[in-house]
Ligand binder design. Structure first.
Ligand code: GLN
Length: 299
C-alpha cells in the first residue's frame, strides 16, 4: 500500500531538498539552447499537490520557466482528446526508446514510425498534426490547458527566439526523415509548432495544475488519461524510463529546462524544476527528489 503524500514529514522533505541541491552540482546545463545555458544551476523549486487539496511547495514560486519536453505530455493529451485515441496511436507508438530523445537512428530503425510521443520524432509528428488540424495549433493548446487547469501558461518569446537562434541539426534531420516517410505533411510548420510547444512556460504551480489534468479532468475520458499515464510510465524519461519506472512506479516526464512532473497514482502530482541535467537529459535533482519520495511512500 502506498502511503499518502501528506504523511511525509515536512522536515524530511526539506532535508531531501538540501540533498537534491547538492546532487544538482553533478549535472550540467544544456548548451544547444543558449538561454537554457544561462539558467541558475542553484535554483530548486518543487510543489506537491493532491486531489484532496494538500499542497507543499519549496523555492521561488513566482519564477517562470519553459516546460520544454514536459509539454509533450500535454500535446499528446490534447490530441488524444481532440482527434481520438485510435487516430493518434496509429501515428506514434508507445514503446520506450533505446537511443537518446533526438536520435535519428531510432527513427530509422523504426522505419519512420516514431517509437513514442515523448521523444522528439513523436512529438514533432504530433505537432505536425496539431498544425494541420487546427489554425494556430500552439495557441489552441495553450488556451485549452489554461481553461481547464486554471493555469496561466504563456509562450515565452525570448526562449523561442533562443531556440531559433541556434538551429538544431538533430531536430532538422528528424523533420526531414519524417517528411520523407510521409509522417508529416508540412515540415516547416511541424517544427515551428513543436518549438513553440516546448517554449510554453509558467511557474511551478502552473506545472502542477496542468499535471493534475492528466488524473482528474472531467472533460477528458478515463481511457485517454490512462493511455497518457502508461506512455509517461514507459517512455517519460527517455532511455532511463524503465529504471525510473521500476524504482518509483510514477508516470513521469522530464524536459531539458530541468522541469519534471510525476504522477503519484490515486493521489496527486509532484512538479519540480532544477536546471542541471544528467547525460540523458533528465534533471539530476528532480530525479533524486522523486526517487526519495517514492522510496518513502512505497516503503
Ligand atoms: N526543444 C528541445 C529539443 O527539441 C526539447 C527537448 C527536451 O526537453 N528533451 O531538443
Amino acid at each position: 500500500m502506498t502511503k499518502p503524500l501528506n504523511s511525509i514529514p515536512q522536515e524530511q522533505l526539506n532535508e531531501w531538498v538540501e540533498q537534491a541541491k547538492q546532487k544538482a552540482h553533478l549535472g550540467k546545463l544544456p548548451k544547444y539552447i543558449p538561454l537554457l545555458g544561462q539558467a541558475d544551476p542553484n535554483e530548486f523549486i518543487f510543489s506537491i499537490q493532491t486531489f484532496d487539496n494538500y499542497h507543499f511547495s519549496n523555492g521561488n514560486l513566482s519564477k517562470t520557466f519553459s516546460f520544454m519536453s514536459v509539454n509533450k505530455v500535454f500535446l499528446l493529451l490534447y490530441l488524444l482528446n481532440q482527434l481520438g485515441n485510435k487516430f493518434i496511436l496509429q501515428r506514434v507508438g508507445a514503446e520506450a526508446s533505446d537511443y537518446p530523445f533526438n536520435s535519428l537512428s531510432q527513427l530509422q530503425l523504426d522505419q519512420g514510425f516514431p517509437r513514442n510521443p515523448m521523444i522528439n520524432s513523436g512529438a514533432i509528428t504530433l505537432a505536425g498534426l496539431l498544425g494541420e488540424y487546427t489554425l494556430d495549433g500552439c495557441e489552441y493548446l495553450l488556451m485549452w490547458l489554461n481553461h481547464y487547469s486554471g493555469s496561466q501558461l504563456f509562450l515565452d518569446e525570448d526562449m523561442l527566439e533562443s531556440v531559433r537562434s541556434l538551429p538544431n541539426p538533430k531536430n532538422q534531420a528528424l523533420v526531414d526523415e519524417l517528411f520523407k516517410r510521409g509522417a508529416i505533411k508540412n515540415p516547416e510548420n511541424a517544427l515551428d509548432t513543436y518549438q513553440k510547444i516546448c517554449c510554453l512556460s509558467g511557474n511551478i504551480t502552473d506545472l502542477a495544475n496542468i499535471g493534475l489534468m492528466i488524473i482528474q479532468c472531467s472533460k477528458i475520458q478515463d481511457k485517454t488519461r490512462q493511455i497518457v499515464q502508461e506512455i509517461m510510465l514507459n517512455c517519460g524519461l527517455y532511455e532511463d524510463s524503465k529504471t525510473f519506472a521500476s524504482k518509483t512506479g510514477f508516470p513521469s516526464k522530464s524536459g531539458v529546462s530541468g522541469a519534471m512532473l510525476s504522477i503519484v497514482p490515486q493521489q496527486g502530482i509532484i512538479a519540480c524544476y532544477s536546471p542541471p541535467l544528467d547525460e540523458k537529459g533528465n534533471s539530476v535533482a528532480g530525479v533524486f527528489l522523486i526517487e526519495k519520495i517514492a522510496e518513502f511512500l512505497n516503503g
